[in-house]
Every structure is written in structure tokens, then in C-alpha cells.
Design a protein around this ligand. Sequence first.
Ligand SMILES: Cc1ncc(COP(=O)(O)O)c(C=O)c1O
Length: 439
Amino acid sequence: MKNRINLNEDQIPTHYYNILADLPFQMDPPLHPGTKQPISPDDMAPIFPMSLIEQEMSPQREIKIPDPVREAYQIYRPTPLIRASRLERALNTPAKIYYKYEGVSPTGSHKPNTAIAQAYFNKLEGTKKLVTETGAGQWGSSLAYACHLFGMECTVYMVKVSYHQKPYRKTMMNLFGAEIYPSPSNRTDAGRKILEQDPDCPGSLGIAISEAIEEAVKTPHAKYSLGSVLNHVILHQTIIGLETQKQFELAGDYPDVVIGCHGGGSNFAGLAMPFVRDKIHGKNIDIIAAEPSSCPTLTQGKVEYDFGDSVGMTPLMKMHTLGHEFIPPSIHAGGLRYHGASPIVSALLTHNLIRAEALGQLEIFKGAMLFAKTEGLIPAPESSHAVQAAILEAENAREEGKEKTIVFNLSGHGLLDLSAYEAYLNGELQEEEKQTAVA
Ligand SMILES: Cc1ncc(COP(=O)(O)O)c(C=O)c1O
């Protein structure tokens, strides 16, 4: 039995997969924040290049991956699909557990899959600088890397609590030539407004998005870039699931359960979308998004039109949301502290094509420790939600005596999150209170 299923460089997919072509229902369109009418491509042009706006709205099933982007992917793709046989033995489960390991990318997570594509399409249209937000720093460091690859400047607003929890992410972004500011900051009207109300605000992804959009709109030749949530980001991330399907073919296996952690939805959807396509066509697959119980967007959020940022600058999107003013507790899985969800993921949940689970901070670290001890890789706190969800599924399989095949996305490594592991080992981590939506 092979534990590691590898593909060759020439097996990197040539096209992204667009689930919008196969959905058995209509998506509600994003609305202009002023007129409340469906937004037009021109409305989005101040913040995104036209090629990405076209991808955002495209009904085409397959979208070609440009050669320079495929070449850049070759640095770390195809990523391995690995059978977690030692974890299986430790759990004494009849289930087979596989993980798709995205932590082999230059910055240690799935985020470069879209950062490289976004930087490339921006560069083609003359953008000189990209401005963005980041939670735990995985996205910011990925965009910093991608901007460096294509000769562009990069500014990152990093959520303040994570900026202090993960100082080496800042170093990484600086190393790739990016500027980085803790958010909320005094550099933007959005940041100043929040600081006036709460000088000690720990920040949130929603606030950092407001600051980044404001700077992008005010700076000549600059555009804004988002690391999750939007259709074009999910499109780029489908490269994960497309590779995984080829790898399962090689292994002569197929998953019964597909799991990803969920912040804005990009790594979950990236793995899951090709499997959702199969489910739409009749396959029986349990597809699970695992989120933190302290920021339970999918399990507790309302489905309604809401802003993607805190101040209310983005288009209104129909999604699961805890309310755009919701500021999640300062958990270590900084990349999962987001009030909203991808509209695609939200719609799939509403139509029962996927389901969601909420997990507590202490249980996900317990799962991550078991995974690290058996498989030797230290998962990012975000990814640990998927690890723990997979462990729970494997334990259920043991109780039921069922031979299930489980695959989860190990979206990133936790080598820059060791302070969180140290706090866990020292017994200093709290179980954050379960949260509900802002009324
Ligand atoms: C390692 C890792 N996994 C998951 C996420 C969550 O984002 P998304 O839901 O877009 O995949 C992040 C976000 O920063 C991350 O860094």
C-alpha cells in the first residue's frame, strides 16, 4: 500500500473548475451597496481588474489556467495526497483517512493558489500595487510572495490580535517586500472610526478589509485583492480538488466523506467543489465544513444580504453571516475569524449539498496534537478544525464498524503558530464562549 500519492508536474490541471455551471439552483446576485440593485462589472472596476470580474461572474464550466500561472504553481504543485495510516492505527478505526497537504507551498498554505493567479491577472491589466487584509498572516504572506513574483508592490492590513500573536508572519511579508500595518490603524478613515469607538479593538477580518479597500480606491494604479469568499477565489482553489480526484483515481479509491476547515470558504470549497459536482450527479458523499464554535458563521449565522467588510463598503452578498459588526473572540485560528461566508458555500449549505460543524478551540488543539504525534506534521490552527472533524468521523466509523474513506484538506502547516501550541501545552488556552449572531 502506498501512503503518498503523487502526481507529476505535467498533471497540474490545465483549467479551473467553475461550480456555477453545474448548480441545480440560481444564485442570488450581489447588490450595489447604494442602489441595492445587482452590481455590474463596471461597479467593481475600481477595486478589481476586469479579467477577475469576468471570472467572478462567468457561467463557463472550465476556465483556462494561464501558462505563467501554471509555471509558478510548479514550484509546489501538484501537492501530495497522503494516507494518514499512523493516525488510523492510533484511532483503531476501520476508516481510511487521507489528507491533501497544501502546507508544501512557499508560504505554507493553500493561499498562493489564488494569490499567484490574482497577481498575474492584475499585472496583465497594469496594476502596480495590491492592497489586502490578512487574519493569521497566511493570506498576506501569500499575496506578498505573489506580488514579488510578478514585480508589484503589496500593502497588507493584518488583524491586530494576530499581528501580535504571529510576529514572524510580518517578517515573512517584509522579506517579500510588502508593507504591513496592524488593523485597525490610523492610516484610514475606516480604522480611525473604529479606534475612536474602541481604542483597544483587537481587529477583525471585516475591519481589515474596509481599510484595504479604502487604501486601494484612493491609490492610483492600485487594486484590492481578497483571499477568500468570492467566486473567483474559489475558482482558483478548485485546483486542490481537481488534483485530489486524479490522486484518488491512482489510488483506486473514492471518498465517502470530504472535509475542509471554513473561514471564508476558499480551502473548503477548493477541495470540495469537484466532489459537489459528483454529488449533484448522484454520488453519495458527505461534505463537511468545519468552523470554530466561537465564530460559527455557517452553523449559527442568518442567511441574508450583508456586507463583506465591517464598515459597509463592499457589495451586499447573500450569505450566512453573524452580522458585519460581529467581532469574533481572539482565538488562535485567526484565519477563521470572519463574520461571513462565501455565497457559493452558503447556497450549497442552504440546499443541503454540504453540511457544517462547529468545533471548540481546545478540542481542535487536542486533535492537532494527535495528528502531529502520529503523522509528524504540525497543522495550522485553522486546518486543525478539519483534522479534528476527520478524527470524529473516523471515531464514528469505529463505533458503527463501517469502512469509510475520509479525505480532509490540511490547508496549512503551523510552524509559525507554535506560540499557540505552547499556550495549549502549558494549559493556558481557554475554551472560547460559543457565539451567536449580532442582533
Ligand atoms: C491555513 C489556513 N487554513 C484555512 C484558512 C481559512 O480561510 P478559507 O476559509 O478561505 O480557506 C486560512 C485563512 O487564513 C488559513 O491560513
